[in-house]
Write a protein that binds this ligand. Structure first.
Ligand SMILES: *Cc1c(COP(=O)(O)O)cnc(C)c1O
Length: 458
């Protein structure tokens, strides 16, 4: 037994090596970490071990422990999954302009609900209302926490205690807890389903209209498509039906976009401007999907209905703070210059990145990755099919390129685990016995190379 050879806590605290943990983490946390390291060393000795760490070594172990524990799981990572707007990885990346605006609003007071011209109380929507109206052609606009909140609030405002008519083909589940029938119930609206899964006709909607109808709801099916023998009533006709009966049409676009994506080499998605022009009385869409901003939900449309939404007490519970509002305003302003949008908005830049450029990057990086992994692995450049993600154009993939790693036994799962443990985790996809890294979203190549260097020497 060499228990008595273990250093005391005070001896460890007195070493030069303890100054770094003391400086970075403070006395209480450092003492606690040293205590834990010593307890483990004692247990190892009692179990028959014979290494006694000296005070310097204990201090170093305590530092490692503290650094590991203080590392945030929200630290930046490399999204090499091939899904650009990955909900689990935080969706859109903000433009530098939006980050700067958010940062400026964080540490100082701003005129959030204060009118600088008159010196009187202002409204928080004032900062984005005019911009959103300009970009969508809507009369009025408001912004809330996310699109789920926008749909909830719009439904509650238009159809609380009344009927909300929706096609059975559009009763979607977006993932997580967003299922249209559940949102309806929470909004206090009675769900009236019409038509069938694949076919809904104008007469189905007309037959369901009663004095109890509060709204007709149209929902972008986002993450799935109904194909084959199908019939859908398009928004312009649905607007006519709704208005004929004196009820509003609410169109939940989901992702929605402010620009024609086909000008950026992507398939078309309905734009918010089109949805407004098609006669919807309110349109809802997300801020952090194709729009490329922070998490937010927009409600745009008729002035009287947006005013009713704003009077709803629920609005207060769903509003956004100054930081996000600043980022939203800066993001929307980028849309005023469509020619440079694809360079300035990271989401659009990533979505429109040409395959040849990604492939060239894969060729550059293949030897570096192979060298970092060593003999047990083979690395090759491979074709990939990226996805937009977040329910936008679910069946359309974007031709891309990446690196495919093969290895024997369970080595691939181990490698994926090691990648996730890096200071900047690398997240790929295991597919057909390979770990695939789709490089479409790799922006900082130098950081990627530096991170690979953290892997243990092969
Ligand atoms: C994504 C989506 C939502 C939810 O939007 P969030 O911004 O994730 O809250 C609602 N409706 C549709 C049709 C969607 O695609």
């Amino acid at each position: 037994m060499r228990l008595r050879d273990l250093p005391s806590i005070s001896a460890v605290l007195a070493t030069p090596a303890a100054s770094t943990p003391l400086d970075r983490h403070g006395r209480a946390a450092t003492t606690e970490a040293i205590r834990a390291v010593l307890a483990e060393a004692r247990a190892a000795l009692l179990a028959g071990g014979d290494t006694v760490p000296d005070a310097e070594a204990v201090a170093a172990l305590a530092l490692t422990r503290l650094e590991g524990a203080s590392r945030s799981n929200l630290r930046p990572l490399f999204n090499l999954t091939g899904t650009v707007l990955h909900t689990n990885l935080g969706r859109a990346l903000l433009a530098p302009e939006a980050m700067a605006a958010a940062l400026a609003a964080m540490g100082d007071p701003v005129a959030l609900e204060f009118d600088l011209d008159s010196g009187k109380r202002g409204e928080r929507d004032d900062h984005v209302r005019a911009l959103v109206c300009e970009l969508t052609g809507a009369e009025d606009a408001t912004v809330v926490n996310n699109n789920a909140a926008a749909v909830l609030l719009a439904l509650n405002t238009l159809a609380k205690g009344r009927d909300a008519i929706v096609s059975r083909g559009e009763l979607i589940e977006i993932g997580g807890a967003f299922r249209m029938p559940d949102i309806m119930a929470q909004a206090g609206a009675r769900l009236v389903e019409v038509g069938t899964t694949n076919r809904t006709h104008a007469k189905d909607y007309k037959g369901a209209l009663t004095a109890e109808t509060g709204v007709i709801l149209k929902v972008h099916t986002s993450n799935y498509r109904i194909q084959g023998f199908t019939k859908e009533v398009l928004a312009p006709e649905l607007a006519e039906i709704a208005h004929g009966a004196g009820v509003p049409l609410l169109n939940d676009l989901g992702s929605g976009t402010l620009v024609d994506l086909s000008t950026h080499g992507l398939k078309r998605e309905p734009t918010v401007r089109e949805a407004v022009a098609e006669g919807a009385d309110l349109v809802t869409f997300s801020g952090d999907k194709l729009l490329g901003g922070p998490q937010a939900g927009f409600i745009v449309g008729r002035r009287d209905l947006v005013a009713a939404v704003n009077r709803n007490p629920m609005k207060r519970a769903l509003r956004v703070d100054k930081v996000r509002l600043a980022a939203i305003e800066a993001t929307l302003k980028l849309y005023r210059d469509p020619d440079r949008l694809a360079q300035r908005l990271p989401t659009l830049a990533l979505l429109s990145r040409p395959k040849a450029e990604i492939e060239a990057q894969a060729r550059r990086l293949a030897p570096t990755l192979a060298q970092a992994l060593g003999d047990g692995y083979t690395v090759e450049v491979c074709d990939c099919a990226s996805q937009i993600g977040s329910g936008a154009l679910p069946l359309d993939t974007l031709p891309s390129a990446g690196l495919a790693v093969r290895a024997g036994g369970g080595a691939l799962t181990q490698l994926a685990t090691a990648f996730r443990a890096l200071s900047r985790p690398i997240i790929g996809r295991i597919e057909e016995g390979r770990l695939v890294l789709d490089l479409r979203c790799l922006r900082d190549e130098a950081a990627f190379v530096a991170t690979l260097a953290e892997l243990p020497r092969p």
